[in-house]
Design a protein around this ligand. Structure first.
Ligand code: SF4
Ligand code: SF4
Ligand code: SF4
Length: 362
């Protein structure tokens, strides 16, 4: 008999409210399954306000605010919650405790054969999908109806890896609630930066290699997307991540480090292009993007000149207008103002445009 059995129904990923969905769908089954486990004490930890109606007296309900995510995926943090303390994550490897305490997710408690996963990004309709637990990424893409050409897939915490299409047919064990599909219109660096932002918000701030590590990663990635990348940045990121994998106090820091190293393994060329060629092929990083006026479409209406606060557009009525690249700050206001759709954003390949305004032919 166990001393304590806990059903942890807290959502681990804020963007992926998988546990509340499972809770709502299975509440009666879940309470029965929890009580069927032979234990002295039964606990259910759930987001505040998600349990409506009563629960059996034998189960102690602990309701928590949904202000943290990843922390609730950590067993040592869950045990702290039981003691009425703040959830503090650590590597949980206490074998003696494991014999007397069972901490189960809803999926484990109900022995569900499929994993519920929130799929975001290029999925046809982002949302929660039922996916087999052991699956080849290609099956996931089929399930969520990805139409565009795939670039990569990010598997969120606790998995923490970003794979490219060469890994689509290798079976993996799905343990995360969150997947993001990255297609050709996405920039890997931009995706990595938003992942780092999420990890920074989720970090408890207690260990140097966890919190400072993720902050440094976020700053380096941000610099690269801002055209301030250095040729030493990739080596620096790798070194930092290797240290984090060994020194972080919990899996959260390790998961961030794994995400960065796998992204470098699979997308080094794209990251290097930002640093050495100062180019973002996907045209996402605004600092690398340039705006141009297509001579065939410009009617010389002068609308764009009025909205450009940098005075970066040269031209007058009935003349093809020209953007002075040195003055342009890539705000995009002119593109929005141009009713002829004559202003385009360009990445590495730039359209041919006149250097100075010339009379319109239209
Ligand atoms: S890695 Fe360190 S700072 Fe980050 S959540 Fe874990 S214990 Fe906290
Ligand atoms: S770029 Fe567009 S808004 Fe500007 S002058 Fe030409 S047609 Fe008008
Ligand atoms: S992108 Fe902004 S700064 Fe550049 S030309 Fe257009 S309006 Fe001016």
């Amino acid at each position: 008999m166990k001393e304590i059995v806990i059903c942890n129904a807290m959502p681990i990923y804020k963007e992926a409210p998988v546990s509340p969905i499972l809770l709502e769908e299975n509440i009666d089954k879940l309470l029965t399954a929890l009580l069927e486990i032979d234990a002295k004490k039964h606990y259910l930890i759930a987001p505040k306000g998600k349990i409506e109606g009563g629960i059996p007296d034998e189960i102690t309900l602990i309701e928590l605010e949904g202000d943290a995510g990843f922390t609730y995926g950590n067993h040592s943090a869950i045990l702290k919650v039981l003691e009425g303390e703040k959830p503090i994550p650590l590597f949980y490897n206490d074998k003696t405790m494991e014999e007397s305490i069972a901490i189960l997710s809803i999926e484990e408690l109900l022995e569900l054969s499929e994993k519920r996963v929130y799929i975001a990004g290029a999925a046809k309709s982002p949302g929660a999908y039922k996916i087999p637990k052991n699956v080849a990424p290609r099956t996931i893409l089929g399930a969520c109806g990805v139409k565009t050409k795939l670039k990569g897939i990010f598997f969120g915490y606790p998995m923490g890896f970003l794979l490219d299409e060469s890994k689509l047919d290798e079976t993996i064990e799905l343990t995360t609630d969150y997947i993001e599909v990255i297609d050709e219109s996405d920039c890997v660096l931009d995706c990595l930066l938003s992942i780092a932002n999420r990890f920074e918000q989720e970090s408890c701030g207690r260990c140097i290699f966890g919190y400072e590590g993720v902050t440094q990663i976020r700053m380096i990635l941000s610099d690269i997307t801002q055209k301030k990348g250095k040729t030493t940045d990739i080596a620096l990121l790798m070194k930092l991540c290797e240290e984090m994998k060994h020194q972080a106090l919990c899996e959260i820091g390790v998961s961030m480090a794994n995400t960065v190293t796998t992204a470098i393994d699979f997308f080094q060329e794209e990251i290097e292009e930002h640093i050495t060629k100062k180019s973002c092929k996907a045209g996402v990083c605004t600092k690398f993007v340039t705006y141009h006026i297509l001579p065939d479409l410009c009617t010389g209406c002068n609308e764009c000149v009025d909205v450009c606060e940098e005075d970066a557009i040269e031209g007058r009525k009935r003349f093809i207008h020209v953007i002075e690249q040195e003055e342009c700050i890539q705000c995009g206001a002119c593109q929005e103002a141009c009713e002829e759709e004559a202003i385009v954003k360009a990445g590495a390949g730039k359209p041919r445009c006149p250097k100075k305004p010339i009379p319109c032919k239209r």
